[in-house]
Write a protein that binds this ligand. Structure first.
Ligand code: CUA
Length: 313
């Protein structure tokens, strides 16, 4: 069945993926067998019992007990198999092991944030150890999102005002794509992240150094890295084109019309305020959809982003 799985499904990289794929393939193959069998029977009977002459009369047949029991009992057995199989798989996915490593996931329009037990926050990057159950405790700050990692065969809605969770145990190191699969607005299709699966040791090293690797970068370079990592560029272009928000190009020092009718100069303080509290001054012609980065970005990082925006003339 391996080749069939590879043809139809992404690589299976978690402990639950095998069971999910086996059930998926069972349903598909069973359906295919019935599709072919029923189609052949229809064509054969249509040919065999075609009207051969003008005075051909259809015989009156009311029922056939043996036939009717057969075509009821066989599908019943099949759906009971699918239910039992699906139920055990669902319960397995719904019950994280007690020793799971816990990471908080936050969905925002339009990025994924991951909070680790050390206090480190990564945006757009989910780092996990291999061969260890990981539980994501998830919530949204705005609308309904849905976190989906196809390689791990896990997907769960992420809601405002409520925690949901999912768990997985990655079986090999490498990278996998994380999608949002609940339509959440203009940039929904760009609301992606990457799951990095490390060895236990590499994961600990990564977590210990997380964040500090950037300290050596000059502010402008750090700012560029941060605007990409925090998904700013999903909505703010750097080449003057208009996406969901004003472009960063030519922003610094320019006069900006606000929805309130006032005008502000986009200086350091305006940009800082707009990062920490985006709803404070809404740019004319744009929706107030940006999430607040207070608590996500510190002063050094905000400085770096401002220095980077200054270079985009
Ligand atoms: Cu978030 Cu779609």
């Amino acid at each position: 069945m391996n080749n069939l799985s590879d043809f139809m499904l992404p690589p299976a990289k978690s402990t639950v993926a095998g069971q999910t794929d086996a059930l998926f393939n069972f349903i598909n193959v069973t359906s295919l067998v019935f599709l072919i069998g029923i189609t052949i029977a229809i064509i054969f009977f249509a040919w065999k019992y075609r009207r051969k002459s003008e005075d051909d009369v259809t015989p009156v047949i009311t029922h056939n007990n043996r036939l009717e029991i057969t075509w009821s009992v066989i599908p019943l057995i099949l759906v009971i198999i699918v239910f039992g199989w699906g139920y055990t798989g669902y319960m397995n996915k719904a019950t994280p092991p007690d020793d799971s490593y816990e990471i908080r996931a936050v969905g925002k329009k339009w990025l994924w944030e991951f909070h680790y037990p050390t206090g480190h926050v990564s945006v757009g990057e989910l780092h996990v150890p291999v061969d260890r159950p990981v539980k994501l405790v998830m919530s949204s700050v705005d609308v309904i999102h849905s976190l989906y990692i196809p390689d791990f065969r896990v997907k769960q809605d992420v809601l405002p005002n409520r925690y949901t969770s999912l768990w997985f145990e990655a079986t090999e190191t490498g990278e996998s794509v994380v999608f949002c699969t609940e339509y959440c607005g203009n940039a929904h299709s760009n609301m992606m992240a990457t799951a990095f699966v490390h060895t236990q040791q590499d994961f600990e090293t990564w977590l210990a150094n997380a964040g500090s690797a950037d300290d050596d970068l000059p502010p402008v370079e750090l700012g560029e890295v941060l605007t990409q990592r925090n998904a700013c560029t999903t909505c703010h272009s750097t080449d003057g084109s208009i996406l969901q928000a004003p472009s960063f190009q030519g922003l610094f020092g320019s006069e900006r019309p606000l929805e309130s009718g006032e005008t502000v100069v986009a200086d350091e303080n305006y940009i800082r305020e707009s990062i920490l509290n985006p709803q404070a001054k809404i740019h004319e012609g744009f929706q107030p959809v940006m999430p607040a980065f207070a608590g996500t970005l510190d002063d050094d990082q905000i400085n770096a982003i401002i220095e980077y925006i200054k270079t985009l003339e």
